[in-house]
Write a protein that binds this ligand. Structure first.
Ligand SMILES: *[C@@H]1O[C@H](CO)[C@@H](O)[C@H](O)[C@H]1NC(C)=O
Ligand SMILES: *[C@@H]1O[C@H](CO)[C@@H](O)[C@H](O)[C@H]1NC(C)=O
Length: 466
């Protein structure tokens, strides 16, 4: 349902609507029920520029939105539709991997080899939203890598190519690097792969994405380096000689998941953090490892699901709309004993997905308080949209995420009401998922530095730190 039809008592004349608005304004000052969404800036499609961060910590990479490689097309409606279709594919893949992991019957000691998963993540379509600039080899060459907190294996296209797709950087040639070492089949990194093979004592890896795209090649160790030129030797990465798919011009993928092969695990990072700039902006930000989180971070427990080690789970316990907790059972968001449920935080999913009972309650609370805004029809996966054309700003109900322990992080209006065309249509950027898993997406993370403190098992959210 797009938005609830006004109840009889609210089908008021214009004068009464103004009165109602005045009443809402007068009650809003005390408990942050409403906030202003500035509509002066219509969706901006800007061309890419590069800003170098002046004071990057040693282990830092620049982070660019997709527009750095692909200046977006002029039709914002079409762009939004294609992004949302990609986002659905991404979520489908995450849910599929989740259910595959849970259907493995060898609990409690689930081992990755038992999961012959056809899907590692939906990277091909959905997560090519942000790219990190990673140095590989010695001398180091820099590559745009898709940032993926939902998978582990880091890989890039390698010469000689049996099949390579187009990428914006020259393709990596391991023969020009003095630190490239193929891994033997007996290497522990080789046995940690979900899918591997042995050929003439060389470890081969394969990562498939369930939609026909894949990468296959040598699993090898290499030196990876950061913006500061600091480097880490002997990181196991995939050197892909057969690669197919639309990886959006990136050379490969940077895996930031929780499994042993992720870059964070391999460099023994005690923490990492990123700030995702607005996806339509031309600016860049950073992905930092081992740097202190901002002092003003709101902390949430970082949880582990032993059945799905790759995903980063967070202890979301509720959602506040208009300053009040939406009424649903917190158990709907917790990880069950069987490994089902829970909430992951993902850099590659755009729109936050909530299991349907939770989404329905949150949407109804929002739509109920947003009755003063002119409703518009649904759009793609959004069922709650508004026609804000001609308005300079709109008063919208506040939305905040509430974590176990009671802390809340308030979302900015632009984190939950997003433009879907150039004509002033905005939609409530949450959606329902059919599975038990909920996902905090990057629309809700934009503009916030998200710090994963792996040593202390907390996630910090610090607004306005890009
Ligand atoms: C933009 O794309 C939408 C959806 O594909 C289409 O309906 C619309 O006609 C396009 N607008 C322009 C100006 O091309
Ligand atoms: C790859 O890039 C080349 C050179 O820019 C171009 O000619 C070719 O059509 C591209 N191929 C694909 C599949 O986009």
């Amino acid at each position: 349902m797009a938005s609830p039809s006004p109840s009889p008592s609210l089908s008021l004349s214009l004068t009464s609507s103004i009165l109602l608005s005045l009443i809402l304004i007068s009650t809003s000052s005390s408990d942050h029920q409403f906030e202003l969404l500035d509509l002066h800036q219509p969706p901006q499609l800007s061309s890419p520029t590069t800003h170098h961060q002046p004071h990057s910590p040693p282990l830092s990479l620049t982070l660019h939105p997709r527009s750095s490689l692909h200046p977006p097309t002029a039709n914002y409606t079409a762009l939004t539709l294609s992004r949302l279709a990609c986002d659905q594919a991404r979520v489908h893949s995450l849910l599929l991997r989740h259910s595959l992991a849970l259907s493995a019957t060898s609990a409690p000691d689930f081992s990755p080899q038992e999961l012959q998963s056809p899907v590692i993540s939906g990277i091909r379509l959905g997560s090519g939203e942000y790219f990190a600039r990673l140095g590989v080899g010695r001398p180091a060459k820099n590559f745009y890598m898709v940032l993926d907190s939902g998978s582990d294996v880091t890989w890039l296209q390698c010469r000689p190519c049996a099949a390579c797709y187009n990428q914006s950087d020259p393709i990596f040639n391991p023969s020009t690097s003095s630190t490239y070492r193929p891994l033997p089949c007996a290497a522990p990194q080789c046995s940690a792969l979900d899918t591997s093979a042995c050929r003439t004592n060389a470890c081969l890896y394969q990562v498939s994405y369930g939609d026909g795209s894949y990468t296959v090649g040598n699993f090898a160790t290499e030196t990876v380096s950061f913006t500061s030129s600091a480097s880490v030797p002997n990181v196991a990465i995939g050197c892909g000689h057969h690669n197919e798919g639309l990886f959006a011009g990136a050379a490969g993928l940077l895996g930031l998941g929780g499994g042993p092969l992720s870059l964070t695990s391999q460099i023994k990072a005690t923490s990492f953090s990123y700030c995702l700039v607005n996806r339509d902006s031309a600016s860049s930000s950073t992905l930092d490892f081992n740097s202190p989180r901002p002092a003003d971070s709101v902390l949430a427990p970082l949880l582990a699901n032993p059945r799905v080690k790759t995903y980063r789970y967070i202890a979301l316990s509720g959602i506040d709309v208009g300053g009040r907790p939406v009424n649903f059972s917190p158990s709907l968001l917790s990880i069950g004993r069987d490994g089902r449920g829970g909430v992951i935080i993902d850099s590659g999913t755009a729109v936050t997905r909530l299991r349907s009972e939770v989404y329905g309650a949150v949407r109804d609370a929002f739509a109920g308080m947003a009755r003063g805004l002119p409703a518009a029809g649904g759009f793609s996966l959004f069922d709650t949209c508004y026609d804000l054309s001609g308005m300079a700003r709109a008063r919208v109900p506040t939305v905040a995420l509430r974590f176990e322990g009671g802390k809340t992080v308030a979302l900015r209006p632009s984190n939950f009401l997003i433009p879907v065309d150039e004509g002033g249509k905005y939609c409530f950027a949450f959606a329902a998922t059919s599975g038990s898993l909920s996902i905090i997406g990057n629309v809700q993370q934009q503009g916030t530095r998200v710090s994963y403190d792996l040593a202390n098992k907390v996630v910090g959210f610090s607004p306005n730190k890009c």
